[in-house]
Design a protein around this ligand. Structure first.
Ligand code: ADP
Ligand code: MG
Length: 265
């Protein structure tokens, strides 16, 4: 093809009431045929995209319900699928989420804010580390959940680690066959996710995906696309657009999975 700039064409795949494939540009049909590497986001692309809380473990003075009320309060303002899982879990237990005084979302890491006057940090190990909160001493408790494919969210209140919440999102029924037929067609499949290495590995293993890039920030996903392109590959990216919008835009073909976030479209 020898193009100086990537084509960056987009396909949108909707589901439910809006099921179907939306092709932004006819060029995409030709481009798709030349794709030799497909980068797949994990959550919502390989998995169903409707994560559910599996377990809550408490380390300190807060009860499970308190932890959930505080976490759900903070997550109410987030549009991440993990946030929806936490808010729903509170709802199922008839727990009223606490009111939030301030809120900041850190893409690919988690959320921080003030709840009932307390500093609350909810997110991955990287976010905890940045805030000087150690998770290494309770790592084993997280690994147990991760080995089953669950995502572990840490909860710290006023700089003390108070618990973890394990959230699971099963592989879509249609994923194994889709991966298999792509592989048969000669496409190299790569999982790229912001999630933890152990969790990503557990999901990848279920699908026979051997190439995994875990704990990737949005900018790193974008850089991975670029470096594959520099090596002469024609790259497609399939993702939900929540944290992979830069990668979707950089790809030769961007496939926006249709929980249909506006940014993906
Ligand atoms: P993925 O690549 O699987 O879509 P993200 O890049 O969105 O994942 O997020 C990476 C990790 O950051 C998540 O696995 C989670 O640990 C943490 N995270 C992101 N957003 C949130 C949130 N709103 N609440 C808690 N944790 C979050
Ligand atoms: Mg995502």
């Amino acid at each position: 093809l020898g193009l100086a700039t990537p084509m960056s064409v987009m396909v949108g795949i909707g589901r439910g009431a809006r099921e179907g494939v939306l092709i932004r540009d006819a060029e995409v049909i030709e481009a798709l045929e030349t794709v030799d590497v497909l980068l797949c986001d994990k959550t919502g692309t390989l998995t169903i995209g409707r994560p559910m809380v599996q377990a809550i473990e408490i380390f300190g003075e807060y009860s499970e319900d308190d932890l959930l009320a505080i976490t759900a309060g903070l997550e109410q303002a987030s549009e991440h699928p993990l946030a929806a899982a936490l808010v729903e879990a509170a709802d199922v237990r008839a727990i009223a989420p606490r009111s939030v005084n301030s809120f900041e979302s850190l893409t690919g890491q988690g959320v921080v804010g003030k709840v009932d006057g307390r500093e609350v940090v909810v997110g991955n190990a990287g976010l905890m580390a940045v805030n000087g909160i150690d998770t290494e001493s309770v790592l084993e408790r997280a690994e147990t959940h991760r080995q089953q494919g669950a995502t572990v969210i840490w909860v710290a209140i006023d700089n003390v680690l108070q618990g973890l919440i394990a959230i699971a999102d099963p592989v879509k029924d249609t994923t194994p066959a889709a991966i298999e037929s792509l592989r048969t067609a000669g496409v190299r499949i790569v999982m790229v996710t912001g999630d933890n290495h152990t969790t990503a590995g557990a999901i990848a293993k279920q699908l026979g995906i051997e190439e995994i890039h875990a704990e990737m920030l949005p900018e790193q996903k974008h850089d991975l696309v670029k470096s594959l392109q520099r090596d002469g590959h024609i790259v497609a990216v399939a993702g939900d657009g929540i944290n992979d919008a830069p990668a979707l835009a950089q790809a030769d073909v961007g496939i926006a999975m249709g929980t249909g976030t506006d940014i993906a479209m």
